[in-house]
Design a protein around this ligand. Structure first.
Ligand SMILES: *[C@@H]1O[C@H](CO)[C@@H](O)[C@H](O)[C@H]1NC(C)=O
Ligand SMILES: *[C@@H]1O[C@H](CO)[C@@H](O)[C@H](O)[C@H]1NC(C)=O
Length: 578
């Protein structure tokens, strides 16, 4: 009798607990993220057309919260027993698996809202659920949201987003973020059409604050071309050996893609022995590909990746916002790439957002996906941005000034590329993005380098940047005066956009040598670069990156938030790997 009574009590308890979750807690919602107002540069166009659906990503907290990042540092740290022992897609999924209770809770919440389990799948290598084709009405109920159609004022692009969203209190601890919700992401391409064709003007601009006498000794180039870069960064005498195992990936967002005809014309003129250079296009989430309507950013990215890394095979990812036109670009591309059994060893990305324009949880989540790529042995290069330490006045809504570093560069698990110009000495380009993250703390690999920089900086700009944040860039390359073919015209372009595929091309050559000699590729570069790789770089010690109404930071000996550790020297880097 007592025994049965016990069971009865237990089952009543269990029923009321579960019942409580099912009937009460799901209605007990609390805000997960909200903006005070519609983010700057966006305007509401009202309710989306009826019938609009979105694919919702629900990112779940992994069981072992630090396992992925701990593993990343183990496999990326020279001298560690696991150095370059990269993981497979399946092993990464095990590393990031959520707790059973997390999955159970989220599934019963979705069940409560009558979301059929057939529309739920696992993505992003194991800790994210995707709900396909959720109607906006249902998403509003699920997330206590008010999805509307928003237009980005500059680009005219429209997306479905909400200014705020909520989750049941019982899920807050388990769910990292839901997307798309409040991420008003409109990645910018990091290239510019030169504002002036007068190179002496530009040199003066890029060295603001320096005595004019220093300008005369510096050597200038009329145009940056493949032969100049191959000479400057010392790759001329290296011929890639591997046959297909080594791949260089170039990411296009915004549905951008390059022209093969322009690539051929460019190579025939500037690297004639490589006139047969080609690339493969992968269409990710309806990015599209019409070779007769190329985009400038995509053209320059592929032309300078090939200029450095030919004949290593190149893949171009033309990434779109999906059939509904509402997904976030980074989530789309990461979803695709993390699902592949084989990923390129080197990847170049020339798009970014101001970090502060994105929700913190969303940025942390996207950054976590880049860590997954690192664990799989991929070196990811990202442009640092083209607005120095920040565009315009950099005033926040309360009137205070804050420097504006770019995301995903501020993510500590990627390698960020700043810009330089001239040679003998090579100096910082004024446009070179740089600074310190407000979302990601300084990773230990750059502790010493950044602390040394602060000793030089002193109290200058105190309060305008986050002194405990991750510092960018990590490395740099030429960023002004590039020759680029576009629709058959040989024109001049500039930006860290082009510096990024240049560095990626050089890293791809290093990976070629490693693979040829039976070794694993370099993977996540920063622990090596900051540990000893920097000794093989050209330290940049002149120039600055003005912005936000200030003179910006100055390039100095050692690391600085203008040119990072310096520019590549392929031969020296290769020698270090022997
Ligand atoms: C370029 O700049 C220099 C120095 O400011 C000036 O003397 C020269 O006239 C300029 N040339 C052109 C074509 O604008
Ligand atoms: C500064 O960075 C730290 C570490 O990332 C972060 O916790 C803190 O919130 C940041 N401070 C500001 C004012 O953004």
């Amino acid at each position: 009798m007592y025994y049965y009574h016990c069971i009865f009590v237990l089952s009543v308890l269990a029923t009321s607990l579960l019942g409580g979750l099912a009937k009460q807690s799901w209605e007990d919602m609390r805000t997960k993220h909200s903006w005070n107002a519609i983010p700057r540069n966006w305007e509401s166009l009202g309710r989306p057309p009826s019938g609009t659906t979105i694919d919702l990503y629900i990112a779940l907290k992994p069981q072992h919260e630090n396992a992925l990042v701990d593993t990343l540092y183990e496999v990326s740290e020279p001298g560690h027993p696991r150095y370059r022992a990269y993981l497979t897609k399946e092993q990464v999924a095990e590393l990031v698996v959520p707790r059973p209770v997390t999955l159970k809770l989220v599934h019963s919440w979705l069940e409560h809202h009558s979301i059929s389990s057939s529309s739920i799948s696992m993505t992003h290598g194991g800790n994210t659920l995707m709900l396909k084709g959720v109607s906006v009405t249902q998403a509003n109920t699920l997330l206590g949201a008010s999805y509307q159609l928003y237009r980005h004022i500059e680009s005219g692009e429209t997306v479905v987003r909400t200014v705020s969203y909520s989750l049941p209190v019982a899920l807050h601890w388990h769910v990292l973020t839901v997307a798309p919700t409040t991420s008003f992401d409109s990645p910018r391409t990091q290239w510019q059409t030169p504002r002036t064709r007068n190179r002496s003007d530009r040199a003066v601009k890029s060295t603001s604050g320096e005595p004019a006498t220093m300008l005369s000794s510096r050597a200038k180039v009329d145009s940056v071309t493949p032969s100049f870069l191959r000479w400057l960064y010392d790759t001329e005498s290296y011929t890639p050996n591997t046959q297909g195992e080594n791949v260089l990936g170039v990411v296009g967002l915004l549905g951008d893609y390059p022209s093969p005809t322009d690539l051929t014309a460019f190579m025939q003129k500037y690297r004639s022995e490589a006139g047969d250079a080609t690339f493969t296009v992968v269409d990710v989430n309806d990015g599209g590909y019409d070779p007769t309507h190329p985009n400038e950013e995509a053209n320059m990215d592929i032309q300078y990746a090939e200029a450095m890394a030919y004949p290593i095979p190149h893949i171009f990812y033309s990434t779109g916002r999906g059939p509904s036109g509402t997904e976030t670009y980074y989530m789309s591309w990461l979803d695709y790439i993390l699902d592949q059994e084989n990923v390129p060893q080197t990847i170049s990305i020339s798009y970014d957002n101001e970090e502060l324009s994105l929700p913190r949880e969303y940025a942390i989540y996207v950054c976590y996906q880049f860590a997954k790529l690192g664990v799989r042995g991929v070196s990811v290069m990202l442009a640092s941005g083209d607005d120095g330490i920040g565009k315009g006045t950099c005033q926040k809504d309360d009137g205070t000034v804050r420097f504006r570093p770019s995301f995903p560069g501020t993510c500590p698990y990627v390698t960020v590329v700043g810009g330089t110009t001239d040679y003998n000495p090579e100096v910082a380009a004024a446009l070179s993005g740089g600074g310190f993250s407000d979302y990601f703390k300084r990773p230990r690999y750059q502790e010493e380098a950044v602390t040394t920089f602060f000793q030089d900086l002193g109290s200058r700009y105190e309060g305008l940047y986050n002194a405990s944040g991750r510092g960018i860039p990590d490395i740099a390359a030429q960023a002004l005066g590039f020759r680029v073919f576009f629709n058959g015209n040989d024109q001049e372009e500039e930006g860290t956009s082009i510096a990024t595929p240049v560095v990626a091309g050089i890293i791809s050559l290093l990976n070629d040598w490693l693979i040829m000699t039976g070794q694993e590729p370099l993977g996540f570069l920063n622990p090596w670069l900051y540990g000893r790789g920097f000794q093989s770089l050209n330290d940049i010690t002149e120039g600055s990156n003005p912005g936000c109404g200030t003179d910006g930071f100055s390039a100095i000996a050692g690391w600085d938030p203008v040119t990072g550790l310096g520019t590549p020297n392929f031969r020296n880097m290769l020698e270090q790997l022997f």
